[in-house]
Design a protein around this ligand. Structure first.
Ligand SMILES: Cc1ncc(COP(=O)(O)O)c(C=O)c1O
Length: 405
């Protein structure tokens, strides 16, 4: 990045070595590394402000509550939600989607109703809808992709069935192909059919500016750990008018107004969906991750990652026999590839021994692999701290591996 600040120095883990070589971490789509501010927020939280939130009259509990609710406001601002109570804290994207599949399914779906997904979904945006289908005999329709790995708006539009289609749920960005989906168009078309949309933003929030009001999206799910924040904290955003109409997902403390054995009434938003003690230390650390991203500027991060991805695409395409999956015009910083006939697991293991961490396998997207006619890929994914030198090292390592087979 064109700046005098050395962002790599903010990430202590990037100073370590593996197998006696400097770590080259290219597995950012799985989880990003954490800057010092985020790690310190966790340590400080337990050292100095730890007390259960929302329930205490004492000073420490009130301070912890303030930090937790300030974090909700930070998330609201980050995605430009209208209200903080439209931000539900969850354990991550997976829990956010399960919450919605459960509650939306309970409230609005009956036997024969359908959700529209796409071929490129992560398992966490497929299986919750299958669980719902098993419970309520609902159906799933699937948007196909073209050979570049792009969704087909014409095909998508054909999938709506009047009165039956109840929700569209698609990835904002694919974790395998890197495709940035045309979500504004997807939402516009769904709304023309009076159907709400959930976007799986797990691979979008670390790389793109997301404005839920501008998108006019009804629900938006993402994970803290993929955007320099801690594990175990995520978000489900929902428009108030939808969230108000949904029943709770889990029962327990905090989500109630009054409990009696004969009748229980539920709390207001967002607490209706937040049963039990939340990860308030994690939410404070997430706020630090948001502050970190915001200080650098998400658009600056995007420019840097776009340059890295273009450079990596050029470098890797020049390697004999290397095939890249995902050639969308609008692409995030994910490169999935196969090297000749070498099994991705072998490529990944050899790269690991050269100090380069990548992911191999189906990337929790088996239906997409089936569509591509492959078992898996090697995936290199870039974050704000990656450099062209690291990409050179990857390309050189791949050239060496190729010569071994
Ligand atoms: C597109 C997408 N959706 C959902 C998830 C699940 O995220 P989490 O495991 O943080 O719940 C991932 C994680 O890789 C993902 O890439």
């Amino acid at each position: 990045m064109k700046t005098t600040h050395n962002y790599r120095a903010d990430f202590p883990i990037l100073q370590r070595e593996v197998y006696g070589k400097p770590l080259i971490y290219l597995d950012n789509a799985a989880t990003t590394q954490k800057p010092r501010q985020v790690v310190e927020a966790i340590v400080d939280g337990y050292y100095s402000t730890n007390a259960n939130v929302h329930r205490g009259v004492h000073f420490l509990s009130q301070q912890a509550t303030e930090l937790h609710e300030e974090s909700r406001s930070a998330v609201r601002k980050f995605i430009n939600a209208r209200n903080s109570h439209e931000v539900i804290f969850t354990r991550g994207t997976t829990e956010s989607i399960n919450l919605l599949a459960h509650s939306f399914g309970e409230a609005f779906m009956r036997e024969g109703d359908e959700v529209i997904l796409s071929v490129m979904e992560h398992h966490s945006n497929i299986v919750p809808w299958q669980l719902l289908a098993a419970r309520k005999k609902t159906g799933i329709k699937v948007i196909p992709v073209n050979s570049k790995g792009e969704l087909q708006p014409d095909e998508y539009e054909k999938l709506f069935t009047l009165g039956r289609t109840k929700l569209v749920s698609v990835a904002h960005v694919s974790n395998v192909l890197g495709t940035i989906n045309p979500v504004s168009e997807i939402i516009r078309i769904a709304h023309e059919h009076q159907v709400p949309v959930l976007l799986d933003g797990a691979q979008a929030t670390p790389h793109l500016s997301v404005d839920v009001q501008e998108l006019d999206v009804d629900f938006y799910a993402f994970s803290g750990h993929k955007m320099y924040g801690p594990t175990g904290v995520g978000v489900l955003y929902g428009k108030e008018e939808w969230l108000d109409r949904l029943p709770p997902y889990q029962g327990g403390g905090e989500m109630i107004e009054h409990v009696g054995f004969d009748r229980t009434t539920f709390n207001t938003l967002p607490f209706k969906f937040e049963a039990g003690t939340p990860d308030y230390i994690g939410t404070s650390a997430l706020a630090k991750a948001i502050a970190y991203i915001t200080t650098i500027g998400i658009d600056n991060i995007a420019v840097h990652e776009r340059e890295l991805t273009a450079y990596a695409t050029r470098r890797l395409s020049a390697i004999d026999g290397l095939r890249i999956y995902g050639q969308s015009e609008q692409k995030s910083s994910v490169l999935s590839f196969l090297l000749g006939r070498i099994h991705p697991f072998d490529t990944g293991t050899l790269l690991d021994h050269l100090g380069i961490a990548v992911r191999t396998g189906h990337h929790c997207a088996q239906p997409l692999m089936q569509h591509l006619g492959i078992e898996g890929t090697v995936r290199a994914s870039f974050a704000l701290y990656n450099t062209t030198e690291e990409i050179d090292a990857l390309a050189e390592a791949l050239e060496r591996i190729q010569k071994m087979f």
